[in-house]
Ligand binder design. Sequence first.
Ligand SMILES: NC(=O)c1ccc[n+]([C@@H]2O[C@H](COP(=O)([O-])OP(=O)(O)OC[C@H]3O[C@@H](n4cnc5c(N)ncnc54)[C@H](OP(=O)(O)O)[C@@H]3O)[C@@H](O)[C@H]2O)c1
Length: 339
Amino acid sequence: MSISAVTTALPDTMNAIVCEAFGPVDNLLVKALALPTPDSDEVLIKVHAAGVNFPDSLLVQGLYQMKPERPFIPGNEVAGTIVSLGANVAHLQVGMRVVGLSMLGGFAQYVTCKTTHVMPIPESIPFDQAAGLITAHATAQHALVQRAHLQKGDIVLVTGAAGGTGIAAVQIAKKLGATVIAACSTQEKLDFAVSQGADFTINYSEQNIKEQVNHITQKRGVDIVYECVGGNIFDQCSKSMAWNGRLLIVGFAGGVIPKFPVNLALVKGYSVVGVFWGAFTLHEPKVFQQNMQDLFGWLSHGDVTVHVDKHYTLANTPQALHDLNHRKAKGKLIIMPSA
Ligand SMILES: NC(=O)c1ccc[n+]([C@@H]2O[C@H](COP(=O)([O-])OP(=O)(O)OC[C@H]3O[C@@H](n4cnc5c(N)ncnc54)[C@H](OP(=O)(O)O)[C@@H]3O)[C@@H](O)[C@H]2O)c1
């Protein structure tokens, strides 16, 4: 860490959620820590809102592919105000309202972010909406646009469609001119997906996905699946594809990574396409930046919305992680560290 070039009057300490050892989310502690200092290519952000994402709880339990050194502060997406600049930062200013992709450190009152992953946000967008837009919507946009090459008129099936990234996929697919089938575990979630633009629904607690897709598409199958759940849900989706389809591997929220008989892809002439948005932001930073500009434009014009299901104080972060783990969330859960 280096000394920042420009600094406003800041407190010496901040409150943060700390994971001292991998374990249950209830073990997370609120601690007073020294403020982080931005490196030369970083800014320090006062966090007004931090989005909760599925990997956050996996990370603190030691169940995620990335295993950070302990202790660490979880939380990877924030919206707030820049309060300090690293020595080499020229294009951002103290006082700017921004979103930041911090990878870690977001469940805190202050966090440092690399400038490549910080973007100014329009005055009209509230902090909680901005924080909620980052991972969920940006993953859906990257998956549908760059990975699936969605065309107007495509039929898109979304699983876990009322979850954070699922509902974003419903909105974005609809905005891009697709017919959208939402698949969820309860009628309440399906009603929510319809309110966000879904044209058809499948309740996979009671209905077989392949049978319902055959019924809805008159046996044609779907062009794109945005698959977030894994296990048996993935298996049913893999038998529901149209010729030239794209089966997007987004996540395994159900906890089971499926095994895939590749003959299905051969016989139906479809592609199985991996989606890793975090890696994409590093491999293709310019496309990532352009995507975010497009997303903020869509949000400003009401083409997409961030449905914030619930706000939490910093101290209630474990409860937020519990709620997400127990399939209680519709849309986004947001931590408000400065509340
Ligand atoms: N590849 C990427 O770049 C990327 C980026 C973001 C997220 N993801 C992944 O995408 C998945 C969804 O993320 P999210 O933020 O949208 O999560 P979320 O808001 O918690 O939504 C996940 C949905 O999955 C369904 N689900 C089925 N079984 C579940 C279980 N045992 N526990 C929890 N949920 C279950 C739930 O819907 P129903 O109750 O309707 O089944 C839930 O709404 C996660 O696996 C996440 O890691 C991947």
